[in-house]
Ligand binder design. Structure first.
Ligand SMILES: [Zn+2]
Length: 251
């Protein structure tokens, strides 16, 4: 057994009173001092004397990306997760892009009717600063982001900072690709940088998993040009498997 270095040793009588923030700091120091290959939860459990639940949960903050095509129930899943936190007496913060006004600014609404208040943001907002400010005023246990495909690259980085620096888990929900089959900026970097990727599944008419989104005009023809961020209008967005997306898109 490798002895625990002096700076990580904590008076065992004090561990029970460690605040989550203090415990998190100790875990972070442990991580930074160790080669990446040794920095596993097992290693921490073995050598780090900070064994409180607070320390464990604080060290577990992660960035999650729940991705899918249209109509897979992303907003429903977000609202359910937020509810689960609140049911256990914990506080959540729901964020949504400001330009998504389908159901009114400042609200996330699911197709099955449940909804929650949301704080809106624009591309220029620094989400680390905004969330940190919010967390100073209210205890915060989880951040949930709706329509996360519209995040900028910088904002995805900031959400990573929220998990790593503030130790608050972030759950982002978004579309993987647009109606041209191109990745959204937010989704591209969430797929690249998230700790955990989870797919929410939608089904194509053929019964296969629908991984693509096709944008149809009033006559049911695929639209192949236009803005990535346009929402609403008379166009319909339909989820399809790749094979049927191609048949429709290149028809
Ligand atoms: Zn299909």
């Amino acid at each position: 057994m490798q002895p625990l270095p002096q700076q990580w040793q904590v008076d065992s009588g004090a561990t029970g009173d460690l605040s989550a923030a203090h415990a998190a700091k100790l875990v972070c120091e442990l991580r930074q001092a160790q080669p990446a290959t040794q920095c596993t939860e097992k290693f921490e459990a073995t050598y780090c004397s900070v064994k409180t639940v607070a320390a464990h949960s604080a060290s577990m903050a992660k960035l999650y990306f729940y991705y899918s095509s249209m109509n897979a129930g992303k907003s429903t899943a977000l609202l359910q997760s937020s509810y689960n936190y609140k049911e256990r007496g914990m506080k959540t913060l729901v964020l949504a892009p400001a330009f998504d006004d389908r159901f009114g600014v400042g609200k996330v609404t699911s197709r099955i009717g449940i909804e929650a208040e949301a704080i809106t943001f624009v591309a220029e907002d620094d989400l680390l600063v905004a969330i940190e400010k919010h967390a100073e005023a209210n205890p915060l246990h989880c951040v949930l982001v709706d329509e996360a495909q519209f995040l900028t690259k910088a904002q995805v980085f900031q959400l990573g900072e929220v998990t790593d620096k503030l130790n608050i888990p972030v759950l982002a929900y978004g579309l993987r690709t647009d109606f041209q089959g191109e990745p959204f900026e937010g989704s591209k970097y969430l797929l690249a940088w998230s700790d955990n990727l989870r797919e929410l599944k939608a089904i194509c008419d053929c019964g296969s998993k629908a991984t693509m989104v096709v944008r149809l005009d009033q006559n049911g023809n695929a639209i192949t040009e236009g803005s990535q961020v346009e929402i609403g209008g008379n166009d319909r967005y339909v989820s399809m498997c790749r094979k049927h997306f191609k048949e429709k898109y290149f028809a």
